[in-house]
Ligand binder design. Structure first.
Ligand code: GAR
Length: 194
């Protein structure tokens, strides 16, 4: 059995704005003995993101950015990423759009999870739009981030059946369960190809 002791782990920053269930799931996985990565930093544009509680609980550094000015905010973020020697950025419910300048600095090293089968249903309110359009399937996608919203190269997707009884909340819950599994698989794939 190969031993990973002493092997340098990949440093990850997670960007979030809300509940942070994907963040929590990534942290828990990262703590496993054989995980290739360590979550070094949480970045949020909201000081009251519930997800930041997990940063406190698991003693992960956090940076809150007020986003009053995008350029200054991104300079600020880049500095803290450098300080923490971050290799890869995982967006997990981060509701701000990164500029192409920022993305260039981490080319091919920023990934995002979106709760739809991209390229369908980019943007917000995905679940309600899926239900309104009587789709048979929805799902989730992990993709590389480029300068267009929810448009970078797809890494992995998972389909979820839409039920006749679904409300936006019910569908969101089932999709979120799959997001947690998909994000880990996709991240593993990305890190293997680094
Ligand atoms: C997730 O469903 C994620 O896919 C979505 O926000 C939720 C965050 O949940 N992201 C987007 O809509 C980005 N376009 P979480 O805070 O519990 O991880």
């Amino acid at each position: 059995m190969p031993r990973l002791t002493g092997v340098k782990k990949i440093n990850i920053a997670v960007f979030l704005s809300g509940t942070g269930s994907n963040f929590k799931n990534l942290i828990k996985y990262s703590l496993k003995k054989n995980s290739k990565f360590k979550i070094r930093l949480a970045v949020s544009n909201k000081s009251n993101s519930k997800g930041l509680d997990y940063a406190d609980k698991y003693k992960i550094d956090k940076k809150i950015i007020n986003y009053l000015n995008i350029k200054d905010s991104e300079i600020n973020i880049l500095n803290v990423l450098k300080k923490n020697k971050i290799d890869v950025i995982c967006l997990a419910g981060f509701m701000k759009i990164l500029t192409s300048n920022f993305i260039k600095r981490f080319k091919g090293k920023i990934i995002n999870i979106h709760p739809s089968l991209l390229p369908k249903y980019k943007g917000l309110n995905t679940h309600q739009r899926v239900i309104d359009n009587n789709e048979m399937f929805s799902g989730c996608t992990v993709h590389y981030v480029n300068s267009k919203l929810d448009s970078g190269k797809i890494i992995l997707q998972k389909k979820v059946k839409v039920l006749k009884t679904d409300t936006s909340d019910k569908l969101a819950k089932r999709v979120l369960k799959q997001e947690h599994l998909l994000y880990l698989k996709a991240l593993e794939k990305v890190l293997t190809n680094l």
